[in-house]
Design a protein around this ligand. Sequence first.
Ligand code: RIB
Ligand code: CA
Length: 309
Amino acid sequence: MIPKPCIIDCDPGTDDAIALWLALASPELDVRLVTVAGGNVGLARTTANARAVVGLTGRAVPVVAGAERSLLADFRAEPAVHGSDGLGGVALPEGPPLAPGIAADAIRAELRAAAPHSVTVIGLGPATNLALAFATEPALADRVAEIVLMSGAWSEGNITPAAEFNAWNDPEALAVLLNLGRPLAIATLDLTAQAFVTPDLVARLAQRPGGACWQAALAILRALPASKRFGHRGFPLHDPCAVAWAIAPGLFGARPAHAEMDLAPGPSRGRTVIDRWGRLGRAPNLTLLETLDAPAFFALLAERVAALP
Ligand code: RIB
Ligand code: CA
C-alpha cells in the first residue's frame, strides 16, 4: 500500500481531535500538513488543541494556523458542545510550536510540491483556509486527488434549522470547493448521525487497552454532551467519518449528487441544497456519503487509535 499524501484542515474541536488521531494512526494516509481555523472555539484554542493532539502521537507533522474568521464574517463558536477549551475539558500536554506561516500559504506550498491528482484534502471545519488557498492559486486544484469534507446536510441543520455548523460558518468558502471541479466527497449530518455514540458504546470501546491518545479519545467521548437532536441518548461523531472515507471507503454507501449553497441572507443561509434524486438534472459535483457500517467504523476507529502512543 502506498500511503496517500494528505492535508487536514480542522477546528479542534472534540471530534476533530479523534479524527486527527484516526488519520495519524492510519497507514493509508501520509499526513503532510495540519492547518487550523477558528471554528469551534476560536483560533487561539483550536491551534493549541491541534498542536497538543498531533504532539501526543509523537509525529512531526507541521501544524499551521489559519483563518480567525470566515471570508465574510466572524466565526460563531460552539463551546456548548466542545467545552470552552475545545476538548471537552480533557487536558493534554502542550504540543510542539506551530510551524511558521499561514494555513492557506502552507496548503498551497504543499500542493505546489505534489504530483498531479495526488493529494487527499480532508476538511473538518469551516472551509475558509481551503477556499483561500484555491482562490489565490486555482491551478493547484490539479494536484488534488480528492477533497473529503465533513459538512452540510440534506435534511435539517444543527446550528440553524437549515444549516450545518461548518457550512454555515463559511458558506462562500464551501461554494468555492463545490465549484472547484475536483472529486469531492461529503459526510453530512445525515451520514454522521449513523456514527452514533452512546454511553454503552463508550463502555465497550473502553475495554480495549491503548496508549495516551486512546485514553484521551475515550475521555473526550465520555465528556461530549448528549445531543437534544437525538433525545439526549447520545451524540453523532462527525469528523472521524470524513477520515474513514479516505481510509476505508468500503464502510460507506454513496452516490453522485449535485449540491449548491444557499448564500442568501436569512434563515436558510448556509444550507447545502443537495439534489439526492437528480430532480434538477444538473451534473453531479460531489460524492454524497449516505450510509455507514457503524459497527465496522467504530471497530476500525478503536483498532487504529488504540495503537497510537
Ligand atoms: O457540524 C459538525 C461540525 O462542526 C464538526 O466538524 C464539528 O467539529 C464542528 O466543527
Ligand atoms: Ca470540526
